[in-house]
Design a protein around this ligand. Structure first.
Ligand code: ATP
Ligand code: MG
Length: 314
């Protein structure tokens, strides 16, 4: 028998009062072992969705299954498999780093396990801070402790709600590597982030949410292929007045000042190299050559504005 999804949402809806719909009929299946990035602007409903699964938000309607267990039937046990790195820093400032992790182990019904606590602290480079009071940590260290707290009970499904907000570049890279390692070991990761580079680096699939509605869910690679483009840009050393018709027909354009040649490389069309050869062989004054890929950031903006995807190649 195939294993159940790590998470399944059916018609998940959350309303606040009678006006605000924070989540509207969200259907989503997260596969075991995948890294799923949930993207969307401020107030889109990301934290509400995570909170509904983790028991911090009371859903209005819909069903939530964690590893096949209906949370309406058993709201407690299935959540032992879940870890949450919350968006807001929320620990008690009067405990030491290690104590706060022992408490977390107890909270999830595990015995005090010093080896596990040290393992997690070491993985997050906090081993030297085990006895420090949590209030004496820097902002980035507090974030790392939040991650340690979410992981110390070895959850199989982990929510990272903006885990790298306010974290320095080096630590962000370390955390990415750690997340990849967890996923390789079979942990399922659901990540929200406003750093789209993070989703670009880590995610297997991407979901886009806006105003409580899940607009799309797609493999990241397919999304980037379908919505994004690779563009060849050539700077001429002298202005050019016109491009030959075959180049124009292939989609190449010239900037108003005649100095920049631009060609979108779409699947099934002539590769940029052919265009470049044509420019050289026809004596165009080729100076600088560059290729640009659209980033997830550009693509997300297009999706949120409701712009259609770039037409596929004929
Ligand atoms: N406790 C609450 N009471 C009333 N409205 C709430 C409450 N919590 C969240 N909301 C509203 O629900 C909507 C979704 O908020 P949510 O925190 O899920 O957004 P988000 O996608 O996580 O945004 P961000 O990127 O800013 O973290 C927002 O309009 C927010 O104001
Ligand atoms: Mg949020």
């Amino acid at each position: 028998m195939s294993s159940p999804p790590a998470l399944e949402l059916q018609g998940l809806t959350k309303t606040y009062g009678d006006k605000l719909t924070a989540l509207s009929d969200v259907n989503l299946t997260i596969h075991p072992g995948e890294i799923f990035a949930l993207l969307g602007p401020n107030g889109a409903g990301k934290t509400t969705m995570i909170g509904s699964v983790c028991g911090l938000v009371k859903k209005t309607r819909g069903k939530i299954f964690v590893f096949g267990h209906d949370l309406d039937v058993d709201p407690v046990r299935p959540r032992y498999e879940v870890g949450l790195v919350p968006q807001e820093i929320n620990f008690d400032p009067f405990f030491s780093v290690a104590e706060s992790l022992y408490i977390q182990q107890g909270y999830y019904g595990h015995k005090r396990d010093e080896a596990r606590v040290m393992e997690v602290l070491t993985a997050l480079n906090l081993q030297n801070k085990a006895d420090s009071l949590t209030r004496a940590l820097s902002g980035g260290m507090k974030r790392r402790l939040l991650i340690a707290k979410a992981l110390v009970h070895k959850p199989r499904l982990v929510f990272l709600d903006e885990p790298t907000a306010g974290v320095d570049v080096e630590l962000r890279r370390d955390l990415w590597n750690y997340v990849r390692k967890l996923a390789a070991e079979g942990t399922t990761i659901v990540l929200t982030t406003h750093y789209l580079e993070e989703a670009e680096e880590l995610a297997d699939r991407v979901g886009v949410i806006n105003e409580g509605r899940l607009l799309m869910v797609e493999e990241k690679k397919a999304l980037m292929r379908r919505w994004g483009e690779k563009r060849l840009l050539v700077t001429f050393t002298a202005p050019v007045t016109e491009l030959p018709e075959p180049l124009r027909k292939a989609g190449a354009t010239l900037s108003a000042d005649g100095r920049t040649f631009s060609y979108p490389e779409r699947e099934g069309c002539a590769p940029g190299g052919d265009m470049l050869r044509a420019l050289y062989s026809q004596g165009f004054p080729v100076g600088d050559v560059e290729t640009r890929h659209s980033r997830l950031e550009d693509i997300l903006i297009d999706i949120l504005r409701g712009r259609p995807a770039a037409p596929s190649a004929p």
